[in-house]
Design a protein around this ligand. Sequence first.
Ligand SMILES: Nc1ncnc2c1ncn2[C@@H]1O[C@H](COP(=O)(O)OP(=O)(O)O)[C@@H](O)[C@H]1O
Ligand SMILES: [Mg+2]
Length: 259
Amino acid sequence: MMERPANVPATIVETDTVQIAREIATVAMEYRCSVHLIGRAGTGKSTALWHVARELGGSYCEVSQATKSTKGLFELLLDSIGRRTGKKYLSDIADEVYYYFQPRETVSEEGWTYTPRLLVVDEVQTLEASAFRELLRVQEKCEVALVLAGNAERLAGRAKDANTWEQIESRISIQRPLPGPSRRDCDLIGSAYNVEGKDAYAALAAFGMRTNLRDLTKLLQFAAGLTGGTGIRLKHLEDALRLRKPKSDVLKLLRTVAA
Ligand SMILES: Nc1ncnc2c1ncn2[C@@H]1O[C@H](COP(=O)(O)OP(=O)(O)O)[C@@H](O)[C@H]1O
Ligand SMILES: [Mg+2]
């Protein structure tokens, strides 16, 4: 079982991002291609993709400063499928990657079938250009269903190689920008946190649509602590917001836009 990153909640609601992530991962499996989900921080990419990867029998990993090189990335890929490599040289590690990421063979009455591997690589904007190219090569050679995610920020050191990025981008089959939180997303998360009252839902949606799911969830966690165990009402949201950001005009964030 894949380890769940700290920022990914154990239970989730079906936000628009979750639905898009599932749809796009299914397309990647069907066509054995690469897709790139692009969205700002807090749109719920990591949460959605971790759960979708698990649901569809794939693996998930997140690039960090420690794994942005080709070697680091390859070790990360192997780790995501529970293979800790004992190899030291890049070429040996690469051989293992190409071996383990081949399509899985299964035999049935109709004979052998090949199921592609579903692989999610999150925070791809952190990758070095050369590592990114190697990842796309693995995808092409092994016909991996590759789902990439990250924000719109481009590769490290992009100033000197805008062309490099364009070339990399052109090799990715599908690019899909993610929307910010919708009214429906805010309502779903609100009800998971036991929010009560029309006014509270309206304020929550106003806040979520101005910020992102991360800020929205933080606000709800804080508000839940102020209720003493009852549902979250508008007053709790206001108090939570004032405590979190003691600025005179902070309540503006909860105000609904006049129709
Ligand atoms: N589908 C969801 N269900 C419940 N909470 C969610 C969901 N999506 C996001 N969140 C909340 O928002 C926070 C930020 O989401 P995250 O997936 O880390 O965003 P991103 O990867 O786009 O920066 C999460 O830690 C979680 O608390
Ligand atoms: Mg993330």
